[in-house]
Design a protein around this ligand. Structure first.
Ligand SMILES: [Cu+2]
Length: 154
């Protein structure tokens, strides 16, 4: 008889992925006159879940949206270094996402050239070394707030 879930050593080894984690939340300093910023981070959920909304405190920015950078034709050309929302022209190549699905223990990366969060109508310029909070809302896990580091080291 096969008994699933009875293996103690395996469950111990997997304990550290049993909670939802959000790591490496980061964004670049803003250029003069620019009030939008692309935020990158990694999300790992222990369950099927969905990111349904993203927000910042209103003293940081008016709103946050989720985007998917469009690639040429799905040929794996993922890295598009210029796509950092520093000009309005870049916005034309973005698809807004209303939700992002998460599979168990699979890290979903918001990263340059891929999915990213856009913080819009920033109330002040972001400088290297600044931090601010961002809150992700999950269908299952509820709300999680993380600190975004403003850094040139993306
Ligand atoms: Cu975008």
């Amino acid at each position: 008889m096969v008994t699933l879930g009875a293996c103690g050593s395996e469950s111990t080894a997997r304990n550290d992925v049993d909670t939802l984690t959000i790591t490496d939340a980061r964004t670049r300093p803003t250029s003069p006159g620019v009030d939008v910023a692309a935020v990158y981070l990694d999300v790992t959920s222990p369950n099927d879940d969905t990111i349904t909304a993203v927000s910042t405190p209103t003293d940081v920015a008016a709103k946050v949206t989720m985007h998917q950078a469009m690639t040429a034709d799905g040929d794996g050309m993922g890295a598009m270094p210029g796509m950092d929302h520093s000009t309005e022209g870049d916005m034309a190549a973005m698809d807004a996402l209303t939700s992002v699905s998460l599979s168990p223990d699979t890290t979903v990366s918001f990263e340059p050239g891929g999915m990213h969060l856009i913080v819009e109508n920033l109330t002040y310029p972001l400088e290297d070394g600044d931090t601010f909070e961002i809150t992700l809302t999950f269908a299952v896990a509820g709300q999680r707030t993380v600190t975004v580091d403003v850094t040139n080291d993306i």
